[in-house]
Design a protein around this ligand. Sequence first.
Ligand code: PLP
Length: 363
Amino acid sequence: MLKPRDEILKVAAYVPGKPIEYVKREFNLDYVVKLASNENPLGTSPKVIKALTDYIKNGVNFYPDGSSLNIRTKLAEKYKIGVENILITNGADDALGIIAQAYLNEGDEVLVSEYSFQRYTDNSSIMGAKVKLVPMDNFHFDLDKMFEGVNEKTKIIWLCNPNNPTGTMLEEDKVIEFIEKVPKDTLIVYDEAYREYVSSDKYPKDTVHFFQKYENVLTVKTFSKIYGLAGLRIGYVIGNKDIISALDKTRQPFNANALAQVAAIAALDDEDFIKKVYETNLEGKEYLYKVFEKLNLPYIKSEANHIFFESPGIDSKVLFEALEKEGVIVRPQKGSYTRLTVGTMEENKFFAEKLEKVLKELK
Ligand SMILES: Cc1ncc(COP(=O)(O)O)c(C=O)c1O
């Protein structure tokens, strides 16, 4: 059999959260809630649905605008930056892959925090870079330790704020201090997929303008989370125009599809929807914290739309399987840690009921 590159053999395939339909079929269930992939439990804005319906009437026989100019223009106006500072991607996942492809050579080093987004490691490994895993400080990024890992071979530092899966946040002063210390020939990828859920006033304020002061910083954003467009795949990168131009050459010619572009434009206009999602998430987190407290399960307060909790003495895969049979899909992590996406109140209550039940059975 033909062998792929050694780097591919070393990378495990990404395992996404199981779709609801699979679990319904497998366990013969009528009602299943998916709280596994940090998706938007309130669905998609009606303004987006309308824009998509209007667009699709004309068919999809034409290629999309390969340069995604309309959405770039809209974002450029929103953030008061140039269109040349924005690259639209097929979800933030695409952005992470393009960045790795454009910048990593074999033998380069990258820094990734323990308990962070798996794709930083995978994309870097595929390019033949050496991934240095930096331990966390009580489930928070440890930027001092991360800085200790920087050397002349460090090409990319992958930051995630708020972090997936822990939901923890790096405060503004720490982020700025770190960025200022890191050599300018090291790229810092600042992934803020969950930024819109943050309620802390210590979150870095001007992340979309980082590149204006620090040309080695790229800010990665997505429409998959609070904007509710995960199924369409659209995200973007903001950065220095020369870096954006290198990424632009690396991407596929039509990486953002026509429907995704139309949907993203409409999604930006529906502020009421965003507000409702934000508030539902805050309310859901408060409810779920109380559930974990009642059940004596350690958890971490989250600035995102997911909560990292522990089931001491119960492996997270065992908990996952037990919950799945009851119609709740969560995301197992290492050891006894689990990541739970905050759902609607109805979903959160269903989860709480099933969690209590399976914990009794597993003890
Ligand atoms: C931190 C982080 N970055 C990027 C992504 C990818 O998002 P997208 O759906 O835009 O590809 C995710 C998805 O869960 C994520 O958690």
